[in-house]
Design a protein. Structure first.
Length: 400
């Protein structure tokens, strides 16, 4: 299947437009990283606490901020999470706001700050850290005269927690949500010991500062080593300039992708690093396809200049590029639009990276290969690449 046949687009003739485009976005990203947002790393790298909280009604971020400030957590970040109807927020607390000796302290501080209306003498049934199976079962034992066996109380406790955690997503709106789940006498017994707050903790992630620093170092090494390995591979498969051109193109892709995160002030997490490493391989593969066709055409089109050969090679692989990159882009765009907050950073990196990676194979790697080869030919006195040379047996050959 082909979208284009016998195209003859002068890609190299538009190299200055491409260069201008790359410079604008690269410089904008660099300026943002230096003077504006910096490189906004997630809690995975900086160390700290992430608490995912679900509310019974639409959360009021202003009230949440006021409660956290009152508790002394002034630098906490509050962000909506998942779809709006889920009523979830994620609260981020840097490690300097917590004790390194007790990594769970930040989580406990956030939960305590949000408990604005506790009921004296009762426990919050939505607090899954404190109220689990044993607490519910013990509250029911002996309170319902129609049930007496331990198995019956255990079954009722499991039913209560199933409604809270599975049916209601971790948050009961009121004790009446349990009607019909357990007998009325058992529900009355629960109401004597428990109340339902207006929120529940869904999950919490805690990363110590030492672990965060190690992850940051390992992420940099992973990207750096992958680029170096690609350079060595292309050096052996083609020659050094091919490897350098491909690595420069991939570095260009990585720089623009990270710059996009800085410009939009989105945090770079471990999943984003995984996406960037995926893009390194994806962009490199696209570049290798073009370089392979260039190498084949150099042997066939002996009377053509290298610029003409490269243009022809890009046009010949254009249909393949549009098909593979286009389908991949539609997939990751769907993840970005419908994948939810969990996949937002990962899919955003892939959306930007696939667009830039496809572009760089044509607009960065190929022009760099031609520019260097022509410069080397002029420097060595061999003449412009447009001039073919005669081989020892009279065959035409092109120096690359």
């Amino acid at each position: 299947m082909e979208f284009f046949r016998n195209t003859n687009i002068d890609f190299l003739g538009r190299k200055w437009y491409f260069l201008t485009f790359s410079l604008i976005f690269s410089v904008a990203g660099i300026l943002s990283m230096i003077f504006w947002h910096g490189i906004p790393v997630g809690v995975d790298f900086r160390g700290g606490t992430l608490v995912y909280v679900k509310f019974a009604s639409t959360p009021n971020t202003g009230a949440i901020r006021a409660a956290l400030d009152k508790a002394g957590l002034h630098n906490a970040k509050i962000q909506a999470y998942d779809v709006p109807s889920a009523n979830q927020v994620v609260i981020s607390l840097d490690m300097q706001e917590t004790s390194e000796a007790d990594l769970s302290k930040g989580k406990n501080q956030i939960i305590s700050a949000l408990e604005t209306s506790p009921v004296a003498g009762k426990r919050d049934l939505n607090n899954n850290d404190q109220v689990g199976f044993s607490a519910v079962r013990d509250s029911l034992v002996g309170k319902d005269p129609t049930h007496s066996s331990p198995a019956e109380y255990e079954a009722m406790a499991h039913a209560v927690l199933n409604v809270r955690d599975s049916v209601k997503g971790g948050v009961l709106r009121s004790m009446d949500d349990l009607k019909g789940t357990i007998p009325d006498a058992a529900l009355d017994a629960l109401k004597q010991d428990f109340y339902v707050g207006d929120f529940g903790k869904i999950s919490a992630d805690v990363v110590g500062p030492q672990v965060g620093s190690q992850l940051k170092t390992q992420a940099k090494l992973a990207v750096g080593i992958s680029l170096a390995a690609m350079l060595v591979y292309l050096w052996f498969r083609f020659e050094l300039i091919y490897g350098v051109a491909a690595v420069v193109a991939v570095f260009h892709d990585t720089l623009i992708t990270v710059g996009a995160f800085s410009l939009t002030n989105q945090e770079i997490t471990l999943t984003v690093i995984a996406a960037i490493l995926t893009l390194v391989g994806y962009s490199m593969n696209d570049t290798i396809v073009v370089f392979d066709r260039i190498r084949e055409n150099v042997k066939i089109m002996r009377r053509e200049s290298l610029a003409e050969i490269v243009n022809k090679s890009i046009n010949q692989t254009l249909s393949r590029t549009i098909l593979t990159s286009g389908l991949t882009f539609l997939t990751v765009l769907s993840l970005y639009l419908f994948g939810g907050e969990v996949l937002h950073g990962f899919s955003f990196a892939l959306v930007i990276g696939i667009l830039i990676g496809t572009y760089s194979s044509i607009a960065v790697a190929a022009p760099m290969l031609v520019a260097y080869t022509e410069w080397r030919a002029k420097r060595s006195g061999a003449g412009a690449m447009a001039q073919p040379a005669q081989g020892s047996k009279g065959k035409v050959r092109v120096k690359v």
